[in-house]
Structures are given as structure tokens and as C-alpha cells.
Design a protein around this ligand. Sequence first.
Ligand SMILES: C[S@@+](CC[C@H](N)C(=O)[O-])C[C@H]1O[C@@H](n2cnc3c(N)ncnc32)[C@H](O)[C@@H]1O
Length: 217
Amino acid sequence: MDASPESLFEHFAWLYIFCREKLFRDDTTLMIRSIWPSGKPIPGEKLIELGCGPGFYSCRFAECFRAISVLGVDRSPSQLNRAREKARALKLNNCFFQSDNVLDLVHPENSFDVLIASRLFTVLPDRERGVAEMYRVLQPGGRCFIAEPRYAFWASLPLFTMWLLAGVTRFKNGYREPSKAKVLSPCELDRLFATQPWRQMKTWREGRYQYALCEKG
Ligand SMILES: C[S@@+](CC[C@H](N)C(=O)[O-])C[C@H]1O[C@@H](n2cnc3c(N)ncnc32)[C@H](O)[C@@H]1O
């Protein structure tokens, strides 16, 4: 498991948690409408969130739908601690968190009905591998919803601030995150998801975000 200390998300977890909770857009309603056009899941469905950070979306989904089971995975123990605290505070007994590498998930193929990931590809070095893992762990008929920022300036603010803090507090070479978020262009997003043989795939943009919704055949 990759939990080395050279992650900014680990060292400055509180900063990212603040951004996630207070500044970033909450797309829960859009996600729910896109994943379940009827507005609700089938009881017992299994949802995984990749790169869940402080568990914002995992907890939102588990809170909205108590009859599904939600698993958030991330490689930062501090982010996961915060996510677990949040689930405990909300008394969510259908929401779990696990340390895992989204580029090499421990779960066997066809394990989940639904997969979500938000703001993950901006910091992921091997994006194609990430999409391949998404496809692998989804069941046939399973859907994935991806939310990614569109503008490097806005997307880079948390990373830039964390790098700045790293510089004035405990600078070390070798934090693994880039200093600037690597935002996908619309064509790159299309090309990235087209690397897997989805039965259906749709990408679109709204405000500062872009989205992909895919269904495995
Ligand atoms: C920009 S944050 C996004 C967090 C959350 N999804 C959100 O919407 O705010 C990216 C997260 O991905 C995690 N991450 C990056 N690479 C990862 C990997 N290979 N495996 C697991 N988690 C990873 C980081 O630890 C961080 O918590």
C-alpha cells in the first residue's frame, strides 16, 4: 500500500479538507440524476469512490441512500481518518473507507455496481491505468461518474497553496503531486475514457467542471 509521507494530501490534509468542504462545488444531485435516472438506486447496490479524499461524496451518497453500501478508497491515511470521522459523526453504518491504490485496486473484477471519482485525474500520473481499473472493478451494466475541473487556475489553487506551505514549513523535494493541476481538455477526457470498451459513454461540461458518465457492457 502506498502511504508514503511524500504526499501533500497527507501533510496538509486539513487544507484540502477545508477546500473540499467549504469551497468546491457539490455535485451530488447531478451525480445521482445521472447515475440513476429514476432518482434512486436499487437497495443493496455497491458503490465505490476512488480517491475519496476526506469522504465528501462517499458520505453524501451513504446519507442519501441508506440501503446501498459505499466504499471510499484513498492512499492518504489523514484523508481517510477524516472520512471515517465524518461517517461516524453522521452515524452512517453503510459507509466504509479503505486504504488502496486506485492504479492497482485490491478488489477483483466486477465488484461494484457504481463507481464515482471527483477531481482525481488532476493528480493521477497514469490516467489510462486509472480508467482501466475503473472498468475492471465495475460489474457489467455498472456505471461510473467522473467529475473533473476544467480550468487549471482554479484546480491548482489547493495544490499551489499546499506547495507554498510545504516550502515555508517543511520543504522536502519529492512530494509526488504536481505544483499545477493537470487539467484534461475536453478531447483528452474523451480520448481517455475511449480507451475502454464502454457500452455507453457521454462527456459534457458545466461551468468550471467537466463530466464523464460511462456504462460497462
Ligand atoms: C484532489 S483530491 C480529490 C478528493 C475528493 N475526491 C474530492 O472530490 O475532493 C485527490 C485524492 O486522490 C488521492 N489519490 C491520488 N492518487 C491516488 C492513488 N494512486 N491511489 C489512491 N488515492 C490517490 C489523494 O490522496 C487525494 O485524496
